[in-house]
Design a protein around this ligand. Structure first.
Ligand code: DLL
Length: 424
């Protein structure tokens, strides 16, 4: 479709979506009223900048139903992801929302060369996380034979992959690398499997990691991007050119803003990605700030698609980390410490060893806790670890350290040490 026609579709849908949100979401109506903007002021994408932003904090404030735009009876599904300060983000879907989302994931599978003859192994987690459900739905839509593996149990993954001749693999890039390594350990060569392509996302990964995965599995590795708030995976997907991800512009408008000022930046600038949904029914979001930093480009793509392309996310404009595919905010760790009676003196150390993220949390004991009975400390480390697992969904290694032993730089502790190489 020509850029002109895409714009026409966006203009028409935007006018409707803004009116729909204003009429049905009191929370956003208030934001618009405060900014002095009415639905009639929005005649097309050039008026988008007049609308207020929605941030993760708004989702927290409006939790759980405050941004819901339709009767809960019309909803058929929720998905959820971690939010700040321990409150989860809950996104709602009507059947039409699920259909649109699955269509986006189907486009990603087709762009990676998939069709109905493929056997698609979905090894993203199933459940509240959108990865499993999204690619599962997309795989059905394309007509692939779907293997709903979910993540984990790598021996079983490999057994099904080999016995059922999987041709497509969908999982996080770090899990793909791990599967590749395990295959090698088992003496299975890349040419022994039937895989031809993989669709990997949900966390940052480098070109170097792409090459590793491609070599160890004998496949082409494609990137896929998305976020729960906007629907899930498939908001953008890579094509055969493997040089950035096409954004499904008939469903989402992308803008790049200066994260400090909110000013809209011209195409080609590096800044924070902002999405406006165009036809969502249950959880429409106007100008949602993703906090992902990237660049948009409209350069002609050799695949023939005309949708705008985004680079891989190059970082975040907040402090969210993605550890083993799970979104983690330092404030969640702080919440656990406070709930368990510890002072928020801690350090998070993240690294990537053999393609798997390591996640250590060092917590300072208070003077009065300082115990020389080693078992007491081990016990308390276990309790903290279990509380963190409950909050985050992944297990850190927790170590209680002596009071005042975490280095302060200029009086302020360095909370996060991330030693991974996440961008090129
Ligand atoms: O990660 C949805 C998803 C599932 C995408 C499966 C791709 C594949 P959330 O858990 O809400 O949703 O996390 C969204 O993850 O804002 C980015 O920071 C990061 N992210 C997602 N895809 C990529 C990617 C899913 N391809 C957050 N590269 C987003 C780098 C990614 N970061």
């Amino acid at each position: 479709m020509s850029a002109e026609n895409i714009k026409k579709i966006q203009n028409e849908k935007l006018v409707k979506q803004v009116r729909y949100v204003y009429d049905n979401v009191e929370y956003y109506r208030r934001l618009m009223d405060e900014k002095g903007v009415k639905p009639d002021d929005i005649k097309g994408t050039e008026d988008l900048h007049k609308l207020p932003f929605v941030k993760k904090d708004d989702l927290r404030e409006a939790y759980p139903y405050g941004l819901l735009a339709t009767d809960i009876k019309n909803c058929v599904r929720i998905h959820s992801t971690s939010g700040t300060t321990g409150k989860r983000v809950v996104a709602f879907y009507t059947q039409n929302d699920v259909d649109m989302w699955e269509e986006c994931c189907a486009r990603a599978i087709v762009a990676a060369g998939g069709d109905k003859h493929d056997v698609c192994q979905v090894s993203y987690g199933y459940g509240l996380f959108t990865g499993g459900a999204g690619l599962h739905g997309g795989s059905h839509r394309v007509g692939c034979l779907t293997l709903p593996m979910s993540s984990g149990n790598t021996d079983r993954q490999i057994q099904f992959m080999m016995d059922l001749n999987a041709t497509l693999l969908c999982c996080t890039p770090s899990y793909a690398a791990y599967i590749g390594e395990t295959l090698k350990e088992k003496g299975i060569k890349p040419e022994d499997n039937k895989l031809k392509a993989g669709i990997f996302g949900a966390e940052p990964w480098t070109e170097e990691m792409r090459r590793n995965i491609e070599n160890s599995l004998g496949i082409k590795a494609y990137d896929i991007y998305g976020l729960t708030e906007i629907s899930g995976p498939g908001v953008a997907f890579e094509c055969e050119e493997q040089s950035g991800m096409h954004i499904n512009e008939d469903h989402f408008i992308a803008e790049i803003i200066n994260p400090d000022t909110g000013e809209v930046l011209p195409l080609g600038s590096k800044g924070e990605l902002v999405f406006t949904s165009l036809d969502k029914e249950a959880f429409p979001l106007l100008r949602y700030r993703t906090r992902d930093i990237c660049i948009l480009s409209r350069e002609k793509c050799s695949c023939g698609r005309t949708f705008v392309k985004m680079t891989k996310p190059m970082g975040r404009s907040d402090d969210m980390m993605i550890i083993r595919g799970v979104n983690v905010f330092p404030s969640q760790i702080e919440t656990v410490l406070l709930n368990c009676g510890y002072a928020p003196n801690y350090q998070i150390i993240v690294d990537r060893v053999n393609n798997t993220d390591t996640f250590d949390v060092h917590v300072e004991m208070r003077e009065e806790d300082f115990s020389d009975i080693p078992n007491g400390i081990t016990q308390r480390e276990k309790q903290l670890q279990s509380a963190m697992k409950t909050m985050l969904g992944i297990n850190p290694r927790v170590r209680l350290v002596a009071p005042k032993s975490i280095a302060r730089s200029e009086g302020k502790a360095v909370r996060v040490i991330d030693k991974r190489k996440l961008i090129d």
